[in-house]
Ligand binder design. Sequence first.
Ligand code: ADP
Ligand code: MG
Length: 400
Amino acid sequence: MARPIIRRTAIVVNPRRVVQQFAQCFDGSTPELLVRAPGRVNLIGEHTDYNDGFVLPIATEQATWVAVAPGQGRAVRAHSVALNETVRIDLDNPGPPGGSQRWVDYVRGVAACLISSGYRLAGADLLVDSDVPVGGGMSSSAALEVGVAKALLGISGDMVETVELALICRQAENRYAGVPCGIMDQFACLLCRKDEALLLDCRTQHYEHVRVQLQGACFVVIDTQVKHALGRSEYPLRQQQCRQGVEYFRQMDRKVQALRDVSPEMVSRHLSQLDPVVAARCHHVVTENQRVLLAVDAFKKGDLGQVGKLLLASHESLRDRYEVSCAELDSAVEVATGVEGVYGARMTGGGFGGCVVVLAREDAVKPLTEAIEKRYNRVHPKPARILKTLAAAGAGLETL
Ligand code: ADP
Ligand code: MG
């Protein structure tokens, strides 16, 4: 099934706009509740999640908003402004798990997984509006799941503990959209706090809020708007190469369950015995886990210069050792890091396209935008889209 084409406009969604859209869509009625579910950017810790390692996302100011009112009987109607499409599901028969990424699959997946976890849902009318780029690596999918889940629960008068809700939304994405994502996106969307990043241990699901002292700096996301098909075959290959690394180190130490249990020193000591490609993949993962923890320390100390260096080191490792970057991402990082007032930049997300995250002083954002305009957009056929954000709050109800 072909993916829907979604309008990519630089809209900014706000509660007033959402209420207006709701009335237009549902015969002039007003919503009872409004949920804001943010996108996320992973600051550092890439390809560490499936190796039981660490990630450090923030929630973005860009968010998916879901307005909701009671519906008729057991019916859920949901309208997406981005797609200009209304879908209908029956809570008594949300349908079987699927594997297509139609947007209805996220909605019925969330409903089905909440119901099968024992929560009682009532019929509802939902309006979904978003300024998170769709399919751009800022996790519009988790924002949609979390927004729909909170809206359905809110209107049904039920509540779910936050971590459980994150796991239910992830299950919806895994089973109903057929996307084998880890836990980061839903955890970030639900648990992040304003002015804090979320240090998440993907093995234990333990998390810690890390104060992000920005001192007049901000995050800039450069969305290359490209997605190379190569990523689809390379991703499982990277997972397999990591497993090969684990098998090797397990022969020496039975306690090694994942690359999380391997130190950079162990990799260095065994370089000559390891297959060179596997060694490079292991090197990235074990040093990336270290970089996440070093970045946490640097943020706590307010040492943005050090954070910037770690971002760049992460990018170089993803480019040279993990080989998941591409010309557009490298070029965006190069242009960004050449701008005065930029602390550092790196690709974020799985790679082969998607976004670059930049840590920059506020006064560097304009020159950065101009540099991308001049030195990136004139070279690459698709212009990059630039978004700015601070570390925003996780999902919650908003006043209408
Ligand atoms: P992302 O990096 O943005 O999470 P995904 O491919 O994981 O990219 O998820 C994108 C999919 O999520 C879309 O194809 C669509 O099915 C669904 N989606 C996300 N946001 C919206 C929205 N506002 N309206 C409708 N569908 C959406
Ligand atoms: Mg997604």
